[in-house]
Design a protein around this ligand. Structure first.
Ligand code: NAD
Ligand code: ZN
Length: 244
C-alpha cells in the first residue's frame, strides 16, 4: 500500500519517537539551506579549481599556500552562515533519545554550533588544524588566517585536520560509526548522495542489523531502494516535522 506524503511523515515521526537508539548520518545536503556550497555545481568552485584538485596530499606538498588559500576562503564562507532548522531538529531529537549518535561527513562545524553533542566526524573539521612536525591537533577559528600557511607553536607547518582524497578515515571514528550503525534501531540518512564509503555502507549495515532506515534527500539516491521510508524534500523543511 502506497502511503500519502503526509502519512509517510507521520510514520517517520512515530518511528523517531519510539526508537531508543537513533543513529543519524549527514552529508553536505543538510547544510545546503545554510548556504554552504556542496562540491557539485558552480558555487562549490574556487578560482575554477575542482575540490579534488586541492583536497589531496600531493597538492598540499606541491603548493601548501594555494591549498590554504582555498581553505581560508571556505572557512570564510562557512563562518558567515548559521545552522538551519534541520541541524536544530537533530539537537532536539538527540535530547529526547536514550542513545543517539550523529555521524557526519561534513566538515563545516554547523552541527556543533547548533548544539549537537554526541558526534562522530568522519572527514575531519574545517576548524581544526594539525601540525606536520609535532602532530598536535588544535582548534583554530581565525577568519581570515593571518599567515598562510599557518604555523604551530613548535614552528612546524599546520595543515587542515581534514581527511583528503586518497587518505584513510580515522580508524577509531570509523570503528565507533560501525558499532553505532550495528546497534541502531533507527537510522536517518540525510542529505548525502552516499556515493563514497563509508556513507554508502553504514545504512546497509544498520539495516542488516535490524534497524529501520529513513532517508531525507531532495532526490532519490542509492539508499532509496532499501530505505523503509524515503522522504523527498529539503532537510530544513522535513526534519522539524519529525520532532513532535
Ligand atoms: P554529498 O555527496 O553528500 O551530496 C549532497 C546530497 O545532498 C545530494 O544527494 C543532494 O541531493 C542532497 N541535498 C542537496 N540539498 C539538500 C537539501 N536541502 N536537503 C536534503 N538533501 C539535499 O555531498 P557533496 O557535496 O558531493 O560532498 C562530498 C563530500 O565533500 C562530503 O562528504 C564532505 O566531506 C565534503 N563536503 C562537505 C561540506 C560541508 O561540510 N558542508 C560541503 C561540501 C563538501
Ligand atoms: Zn607542532
Amino acid at each position: 500500500m502506497k502511503l500519502q506524503y503526509s502519512e509517510q511523515i507521520d510514520l517517520a515521526r512515530r518511528w523517531v519517537e519510539d526508537a531508543t537508539c537513533i543513529v543519524v548520518l549527514t552529508g553536505a545536503g543538510i547544510s545546503a539551506e545554510s548556504g554552504v556550497p556542496t562540491f557539485r555545481g558552480e558555487d562549490g568552485l574556487w578560482k575554477s579549481f575542482r575540490p579534488e584538485e586541492l583536497a589531496n596530499p600531493e597538492a598540499f606538498q606541491r603548493d601548501p599556500k594555494l591549498v590554504w588559500e582555498w581553505y581560508d576562503w571556505r572557512r570564510g564562507l562557512v563562518a558567515a552562515t548559521v545552522p538551519n532548522a534541520g541541524h536544530e531538529a537533530l539537537v532536539e531529537i538527540e535530547a529526547k533519545t536514550d542513545n543517539f549518535v550523529l555521524i557526519t561527513q561534513n566538515v563545516d562545524g554547523l552541527h556543533d554550533r547548533a548544539g549537537s553533542k554526541n558526534t562522530l566526524k568522519l572527514h575531519g573539521d574545517l576548524w581544526r588544524v594539525r601540525c606536520l612536525a609535532c602532530g598536535q591537533v588544535s582548534e583554530n577559528r581565525e577568519v581570515p588566517l593571518r599567515t598562510l600557511p599557518p604555523k604551530c607553536d613548535c614552528g612546524g607547518m599546520l595543515r587542515p585536520d581534514i581527511v583528503w582524497f586518497g587518505e584513510a578515515l580515522p580508524f577509531e571514528i570509523m570503528d565507533a560509526a560501525w558499532s553505532a550503525a550495528s546497534e541502531a534501531d533507527l537510522l536517518l540518512v540525510i542529505g548525502t548522495s552516499a556515493l563514497v564509503q563509508p556513507a554508502a555502507s553504514l545504512p546497509l549495515r544498520a539495516k542488516e542489523h535490524g534497524a529501520q532506515v529513513i532517508e531525507v534527500n531532495v532526490e532519490k539516491t542509492v539508499i532509496t531502494p532499501y530505505a523503509d521510508l524515503s522522504l523527498i524534500g529539503k532537510a530544513a523543511d522535513l526534519l522539524p516535522q519529525l520532532v513532535s
